[in-house]
Design a protein around this ligand. Structure first.
Ligand code: UDP
Length: 264
């Protein structure tokens, strides 16, 4: 895909047939898989595979907030911890949390908090821990997608699910769900977002790079359009688990029913 022009190397991010470096179309998401209830010891949990990204999310709580000086007498607090495993990146990552992980934890916790009816649980804490097991760009949005499913699995009342989506630009093309090669383009713009899909509310938006107002407007349209697919997969995964438990307890039959779209 790389062409040499003099001493410079140029990469074609979308070729003449409309294909990206990994064969996707400009507005095509990577393959996403969502599983609910994968960690028996937690109150709620989820596993998300999003392309190469692999994310495990657990939820404990709401439970008494300790240490007590952190408790809020009017509402629950959300403590969100995003961590990358040492083996999740090509250059082994120091297991000690870095500034990036601390920042992602902070903004992601605030994003989730917007969705939860926190005021119903004064003086409590909801602990959300997310481990990135493998990565290829877009881990923070995959993590939030998993975390909100884990919250639902824990039975925590929410105004809406939180669905993640990445949009941006590489090689002059607007793209949905950028991978690492695209995020590293010289003109790359990366916009990780988390959205409450039914309420149409943006709860996380970060932006690296420069784009025109027209590109910005178009990228936002793409984000709202494609986040619906992520939301559908979250819902399907939840239905798959709870349709099973709510029906006869026959796991196989419930899972088959969910796959066939029989379960509402
Ligand atoms: N990455 C890495 N080492 C690090 C941090 C990130 O190799 O210490 C890689 C990882 O694959 C990650 C990608 O860079 O998914 C993009 O990182 P970014 O900070 O943009 O976050 P993300 O897109 O994963 O939310």
């Amino acid at each position: 895909m790389a062409k040499k022009t003099g001493s410079e190397e140029t990469v074609t991010y979308v070729d003449k047939s409309g294909k990206r470096l990994d064969g996707r179309k400009a507005d095509e998401l990577r393959k996403i898989k969502v599983e609910v209830g994968v960690i028996p010891r937690a109150d709620g949990s989820a596993y998300v595979e999003w392309g190469q990204n692999k994310v495990l999310a657990s939820v404990y709580g709401p439970r008494e907030c300790l240490p007590k000086h952190l408790a809020n007498p009017y509402k629950a607090i959300v403590r969100y911890t995003y961590r990358m495993a040492a083996f999740s990146v090509p250059d082994r990552k120091n297991p000690k949390p870095g500034r990036r992980e601390i920042e992602i934890s902070k903004v992601s916790g605030e994003a989730l908090a917007r969705a939860i009816f926190l005021e119903r649980f004064p003086n409590t804490a909801i602990d959300v821990d997310v481990e990135i097991l493998d990565s290829n760009a877009g881990t923070r949005v995959a993590a939030l997608t998993a975390a909100s499913v884990a919250l639902a699995d824990a039975g925590i009342p929410m105004r809406d699910l939180v669905a993640g989506i990445g949009v941006g630009k590489a090689g002059g093309h607007l793209l949905v769900d950028l991978n690492k090669a695209e995020e590293d383009a010289p003109d790359a713009v990366d916009i990780p977002m988390a959205i409450l899909p039914n309420l149409g509310e943006v709860v996380l938006l970060q932006l690296d790079g420069l784009m025109t107002q027209k590109e910005w407007e178009e990228s936002q349209k793409l984000a709202f359009q494609h986040v619906k697919k992520v939301y559908e997969l979250q819902k399907e995964a939840l239905k798959k688990k709870y349709a099973v438990e709510g029906n006869s307890g026959d796991m196989e039959a419930g899972a088959r029913a969910a796959e066939e779209g029989v379960v509402e």
